[in-house]
Design a protein. Structure first.
Length: 206
């Protein structure tokens, strides 16, 4: 019901370019969906755009300080989206965000992550350089598919600091999975991952 409500409110339309939601035999692949980040709606919209069978195993990575701030946010994070809540302001060896992500992947979950680490000011802003978490996860879990995702219009639907939604149509574009090349260094991989999201943005504009 909540997934349908999210799609209705945002008008989110999912496109699958070079990748299908499920495998040819109907099985559910384990994936890391990595996307540009412009709005607090980003993770819920990606989650809601997935087929129901995939939503059941897909967990957004979310900031604890935002999603743990009141009862409503905690309910959505824990009971609906099943978020992996991470610390972003008090990161220590005992509160390493990667540890929670690795635990979720080891349990068979798929993840939704935002490698930029913070939201862009607007949809037209250039995607920031990716932080190294995606690289570490890709190296430790090579069997997990890495699927780029581009989100459009969500910052206009729910601008930063606002609470009222503006009626516009969002777009969610899923692209062809990538994986680290043999002997590819961290910075080269992260740049290639960023370019995969950029390419989806260009294709959606054409």
């Amino acid at each position: 019901m909540i997934a349908g409500l999210i799609r209705l409110i945002t008008g989110a339309h999912a496109q699958w370019l070079g990748v299908d939601p499920l495998r040819a035999d109907g099985s559910i692949p384990q994936r890391i969906y990595f996307a540009n980040h412009t709005s607090n709606l980003d993770a819920p919209v990606i989650w809601a755009s997935l087929p129901r069978s995939m939503r059941n195993i897909t967990r957004p990575i979310a900031a604890r300080d935002y999603w743990d701030k009141n009862a409503a946010c905690r309910f959505l994070a824990n009971r609906v989206f099943h978020c992996v809540l991470i610390e972003r302001k008090k990161v220590t060896a005992h509160h390493n965000p990667l540890a929670a992500m690795e635990e979720a992947l080891a349990a068979g979950s798929s993840l939704i992550i935002f490698p930029e680490g913070t939201r862009a000011i607007d949809d037209d802003a250039e995607i920031a350089h990716f932080k190294p978490g995606l690289w570490h996860l890709a190296r430790k879990y090579p069997a997990v598919e890495l699927v780029p995702v581009h989100l459009e219009n969500l910052n206009r639907i729910l601008p930063k600091g606002e609470f009222l939604l503006i009626p516009l149509l969002a777009a969610v574009t899923f692209g062809k999975p990538i994986s680290p090349h043999e002997n590819e260094d961290k910075m080269s991989f992260l740049e290639r991952a960023k370019n995969a999201v950029d390419e989806l943005a260009r294709r959606s504009e054409s």
